[in-house]
Design a protein around this ligand. Structure first.
Ligand code: URA
Ligand code: SF4
Length: 186
């Protein structure tokens, strides 16, 4: 199974009602050899238009934070927990998340990233049901030979500007983590 094959399945998927209102499913993009995977919540309006992840307002913030930390989008794989846009950008509900999760699991299996960065509460809760973002953000969580790292969703800055410096600082820590883990890898 390749990333392209998974993407084709996602684009044709009708497993949950979100397929009815989508313009384009957003499987994610990036290298199949990425050591770092970024996982958001769900596509927004611009992502739905283009079929590409993080190309709207949240994407601009994410790009700025990545640039600040010297992380290159080319070296990552970026996707979201849910692959189709929920109407009015509401939070994807538990049924939608359950219906969609096998795609994310398979993407992780194919890419086998060393580090997974969870962007925001929905991504965090998908992997760590009881974790609280304010407690675990900015820390490395090691599990099954993989490092998980969490920070706020970039869109959170749109509502709370004080989170900007937190996300920027977390991205810098993420970069350090990736480099540390890569050194051990070779
Ligand atoms: N927010 C997400 O979580 N994912 C996107 O692709 C865009 C915005
Ligand atoms: Fe399928 Fe996921 Fe889209 Fe629902 S959100 S239709 S499960 S790809």
């Amino acid at each position: 199974m390749s990333l392209n094959e998974i993407a084709e399945e996602i684009k044709a998927c009708k497993l949950c009602p979100l397929h009815k209102s989508r313009k384009n499913a957003v499987p994610g993009e990036g290298s199949s050899k990425a050591k770092l995977m970024l996982i958001g919540e769900a596509p927004g309006v611009e992502e739905d238009e283009q079929g590409r992840p993080f190309v709207g307002r949240a994407g601009k913030i994410l790009n700025d934070a990545l640039r600040f930390a010297n992380l290159d989008r080319k070296d990552l794989f970026i996707t979201s927990v849910v692959k189709c846009r929920p109407p009015y950008n509401r939070v994807p509900n538990i049924e939608e998340r359950k219906a969609c999760i096998s795609y994310l699991k398979r993407q992780i299996d194919v890419i086998n990233p060393k580090v997974i960065c969870l962007l925001g509460n929905i991504a965090l809760k998908t992997f760590f049901k009881k974790a609280s973002i304010s407690k675990v953000r900015g820390k490395a969580i090691e599990m099954y030979d993989r490092i998980y790292f969490c920070t706020y969703h970039p869109a959170a800055i749109l509502y709370n500007l004080s989170l900007k410096s937190v996300i920027y600082e977390d991205m810098r820590r993420l970069k350090e983590l990736v480099e540390k883990f890569m050194v051990n890898d070779y």
